[in-house]
Design a protein around this ligand. Structure first.
Ligand code: PLP
Length: 499
């Protein structure tokens, strides 16, 4: 199995190299040269397997160069009863006869990024071992909340890695901050930056571009790496739950083998839904892939018009993990849609860089519309969706998931397609409890002076659901990280850590 860059980098490389490199030398993303197509028998063969065994089967198809025993170990260390509070790892929860929620938040940080970030560090170290690369990987991240914590949990105590996370001191929620500063592990570093997310992010970008620093690190056998979603090793684990979900639907007799299902995904950086697309191309019977965005509706407009226009201002919403203008993983779809035309992809990406926009040609446009549908939710309809779902089904969703539900309803109204649909539930409602309580309570203002830790219990009492374990004892956990730096001191702080 060979990997190639979406932008035409001439070398074909192995999966291990793609995972260790992260991004291609030409700035493109690594993708498999051929997507492995499963036979009917292979798909039926997954029926009796548990999540971990399905993961092994699917992932092995894409990284044959990792030894079976190594891969099995990676998977069992990532997905187990210590890290996930549900034995199915990604369970389905029926909402109606034709809607099932795919709960992707049973991991250690209560959000969907855990599925990939529990496995990526392990794939990274095994890949490095395969390549004879003895480096220590320094994972550097600026975070506005979710990714940083998921990276810390994923990489903690993984040999030959260190994680350094910078977060904006005043730009994350109380719960998010508390999750990070109480992080345990012998290789983790968490630093608050006096500034906003953009400051933290530009600081990290400057460090990555600092040749002198990179050379100093190389001399110490260290390599900087990132945990963001352009790495193939982060996208790959997400293909698994589409297969495990289909098997669960067969087991519960919701479908017969071969029946098509729709999937609806709250989308930001296009990683989750791109994994669904790969699952479809591998032969899983998926009909439509429904993209749900919040008010930052660049993707929704793209699928409607063929014009990707990222020139609008970014809006801050109650579904912050989807506040994105440039969805990096869309480049992988453009590559498939253009028939692997890397010159075309490069041209579009250059236009995006120079003009903040591009327009795709007719062939690419109709290719994408064949498989995808897209729409958006306003803030108001997101809140309404949280309220309605709870009223009608006694089920609590977080704002990201509510965006998915709203867009799904729009889709059904418009198309009258009642195909059985899986909607990804991407975060625990407890993680975004203030918005959820505002949506559920008429007298929301009476909660304004409560802090988020008190709100955990209030949400629990209101909805008669349990606070997830990782959040429950957060307030009483000792603070282990209290370094705060100015935005122009980030490099200095990093150098000190790596001394
Ligand atoms: C990251 C994230 C998303 C968006 O997923 P992408 O793969 O970036 O499209 C949606 N919801 C939550 C809660 C997230 O953390």
């Amino acid at each position: 199995m060979e990997y190639i860059s979406t932008r035409g980098y001439k070398n074909h490389i192995t999966a291990s190299s793609a995972i260790v490199s992260g991004i291609a030398p030409d700035g493109g993303l690594f993708v498999p040269r051929c997507i492995p197509v499963l036979s009917q028998n292979e798909i039926i063969g997954l029926y009796k397997k548990n999540f971990q065994d399905i993961a092994f089967f699917i992932i092995k198809k894409f990284i044959p160069d990792i030894e079976n025993e190594d891969l099995k170990k990676c998977i069992s260390q990532a997905y187990n009863s210590k890290s996930f509070d549900n034995p199915l790892i990604c369970p389905l929860r029926p909402l109606t006869d034709s809607i099932l929620m795919l709960e992707l938040w049973h991991g250690p940080t209560c959000a969907f990024k855990d599925i990939a970030l529990q496995l990526l560090p392990r794939l990274l170290t095994v890949s490095a071992k395969n390549l004879g690369d003895e480096s220590t990987f320094v994972i550097l991240a600026a975070t506005s909340g979710d990714t940083g914590k998921a990276a810390l949990e994923g990489f903690k105590d993984v040999p030959k890695t260190k994680v350094v996370v910078f977060f904006p001191q005043d730009g994350v929620s109380d719960i998010q901050k508390s999750q990070m500063v109480t992080q345990e592990g012998n290789n983790v570093h968490v630093i608050g930056v006096n500034g906003n997310f953009d400051h933290a992010q530009s600081g990290v970008k400057e460090i990555f571009a600092d040749k002198e620093l990179l050379n100093t690190l190389a001399a110490k056998n260290m390599k900087l790496s990132s945990a963001n979603s352009i790495n193939w090793g982060r996208l790959l684990p997400q293909i698994v739950y589409y297969f495990s979900s289909y098997m669960a639907l067969l087991k519960s007799s919701h479908i017969k083998f071969g029946d098509k299902i729709n999937v609806c995904i709250p989308t930001g950086n296009f990683g989750n839904i791109m994994a669904g697309y790969y699952a479809k191309k591998m032969g899983l019977p998926i009909n439509k892939l429904i993209i749900a965005t919040n008010q930052n509706d660049v993707l929704a407009r793209f699928v409607k018009t063929g014009v990707y226009d990222a020139s609008k201002d970014l809006k801050t919403t109650i579904s912050p993990s989807m506040d994105i203008l440039v969805s990096s993983n869309l480049e992988r779809l453009l590559f498939e849609a253009s028939g692997h035309d890397s010159e075309k992809v490069l041209e579009l990406m250059n236009s995006l860089k120079q003009n903040r926009s591009y327009k795709v040609d007719k062939e690419i446009f109709s290719f994408i519309r064949e498989d995808f549908y897209a729409d958006y939710a306003t803030e108001k309809s997101t809140l309404k969706s949280i309220k309605n779902v709870f009223r009608n089904y006694k089920y609590v969703v977080d704002p990201h998931t509510a965006v998915g539900l709203h867009v799904y309803n729009k889709y059904v109204k418009k198309t009258e397609d009642h195909t059985l649909t899986i909607i990804a539930s991407t975060a625990s409602p407890y993680k975004f409890n203030r918005s959820v309580i505002n949506a559920l309570n008429k007298k929301a203002q009476s909660f304004e002076n409560k802090d988020e830790f008190e709100l955990l219990n209030i949400l629990s009492a209101t909805t008669k659901t349990l606070v997830p374990k990782p959040l429950k004892h957060l307030a009483s956990k000792p603070v282990l990280h209290n370094t705060v730096c100015e935005k122009d001191e980030m490099k200095k702080v990093l150098e000190k850590i790596l001394e």
